[in-house]
Design a protein around this ligand. Structure first.
Ligand code: R5P
Length: 316
C-alpha cells in the first residue's frame, strides 16, 4: 500500500515524550481517544483518518506494564483495521525484557510472548531503546530498530566526570554496555560481581578493576529498586573511588528505590533519560536528558527510508 503522511500518536504511558517527539518532527500529535470502561476494559479510537498513513504509536510499557501493553495492542489493532499503510510500535522502554530466558524450571519467556503479541496485533515494525539483552531482537520476525541512549548521555557524562574516569558494570550482564561507554568516554573499565537475593535485594561481593582515587560511573540499562546501583556504589567507595555517579537508560525507580538512593550518599548523582516518565521528587540527585530528538530523528529516517545507524554515535 502506498504510504502518504506520517502520523504520531501517544499512548497513555508518556504523553510528554510523545509531544516532544511530535515537536521535533514539526507535526501535531495525532488525535486519539483512550478511555477505560468501569470494568477496566480499555477502549481506543483514532479521531482522524489514518488510511494509508505511516503510523507511529509511542508507548513505553513501564510503571503499569500490563495496562500500557494492552493499550498499545489495542491501538495497533485499531490502526490496522483503519487501513494504516504501516504501523510502527515505538517502545522507548520495552517492559518484560528481563524475562528473556528460561533459566529456572517452569518459568515463561515473557519477552518473547510480548513480541508475539505485538506482531499478532498487526505491528509492522518496532522501535525500541536499550533492550535488557540484544537477543530480544531475535524474538521478532518484523524489522526492529534498536536505539541506544549512550550517544545522548555521553556528552553530559563527559562534562561531569572529567579526565580519566572509570566506567563500572554493576553486574556481568551489563559489561558489554559498559565497554561501549568506555570507548565513548575514553575511560577505564571495572566490573562488580552481583548476586540477586530476591526481587528487591542484591549483594555485590567482588570488584574487578582499579578504581582507587578515580571518578567512576556505573552504567546500566535500568534501575528499579536501586539495589544494583547502590550496592555497586558502596563497593566502589570501599575500594577507594573518589566519586561515584551512575547513568541508566530507563529510570523505573519505585518507592524502595527512591528511599535507597536517598540513604546511599556513596552514589552522588544519577543520569537518566526521559524514555519513561521521571518524577522529580529526588531533586538534584537525578539529571534527565531527553531522548525525544533521538526517537524523532529515527522516526523521520524510517519514514523517508534513510539509515538509522548514524544515530548510534554522539554528535559531540
Ligand atoms: C539486571 O540485570 C538489570 O540490568 C538491572 O541491573 C536491574 O534490573 C536493576 O534492578 P534494581 O534497580 O532493582 O537492582
Amino acid at each position: 500500500m502506498e504510504v502518504t503522511n506520517i502520523s504520531v500518536y501517544a499512548g497513555s504511558a508518556h504523553p510528554e515524550l510523545s509531544q516532544a517527539i511530535a515537536d521535533y518532527l514539526g507535526i501535531p500529535l495525532g488525535k486519539v481517544h483512550h478511555t477505560q470502561f468501569p470494568d477496566g476494559e480499555i477502549f481506543v479510537q483514532f479521531e482522524e483518518n489514518v488510511r494509508r498513513a505511516d503510523v507511529f504509536l509511542i508507548q513505553p510499557t513501564c510503571k503499569k506494564p500490563n495496562d500500557y501493553l494492552m493499550e498499545l495492542l489495542i491501538m495497533i489493532d485499531a490502526a490496522r483495521r483503519a487501513s494504516a499503510a504501516r504501523i510502527t510500535a515505538v517502545l522507548p522502554y520495552f517492559g518484560y525484557a528481563r524475562q528473556d530466558r528460561k533459566d529456572k524450571p517452569r518459568v515463561p519467556i515473557t519477552a518473547k510472548l510480548v513480541a508475539n503479541m505485538l506482531t499478532a496485533a498487526g505491528a509492522d515494525r518496532i522501535i525500541t531503546m536499550d533492550l535488557h539483552s540484544h537477543q530480544i531482537q531475535g524474538f521478532f520476525d518484523i524489522p526492529m530498530d534498536h536505539l541506544y541512549a549512550r550517544p545522548v548521555l555521553a556528552p553530559m557524562l563527559k562534562k561531569t566526570l572529567g579526565p580519566d574516569p572509570v566506567v563500572v558494570a554493576p553486574d556481568s550482564g551489563s559489561a558489554k554496555m559498559a565497554m561501549y561507554y568506555c570507548d565513548l568516554l575514553g575511560a577505564g573499565f571495572a566490573v562488580v560481581a552481583k548476586r540477586r537475593l530476591n526481587a528487591t535485594t542484591v549483594a555485590s561481593s567482588h570488584l574487578v578493576g582499579d578504581v582507587k582515587d578515580k571518578v567512576c560511573v556505573i552504567t546500566d540499562d535500568l534501575t528499579s529498586t536501586a539495589g544494583t546501583l547502590c550496592a555497586a556504589a558502596k563497593i566502589l567507595k570501599a575500594n577507594g573511588a573518589a566519586r561515584v555517579y551512575a547513568a541508566v537508560s530507563h529510570c523505573l525507580l519505585d518507592a524502595t528505590g527512591k528511599k535507597r538512593l536517598l540513604e546511599t550518599p556513596e552514589l552522588e548523582q544519577l543520569f537518566v533519560t526521559d524514555a519513561v516518565p521521571i518524577d522529580d521528587t529526588l531533586g538534584g540527585r537525578i539529571k534527565v536528558v531527553s531522548v525525544a530528538p533521538l526517537l524523532g530523528e529515527a522516526i523521520k529516517r524510517i519514514h523517508v527510508g534513510k539509515s538509522v545507524s548514524s544515530l548510534f554515535y554522539p554528535k559531540n
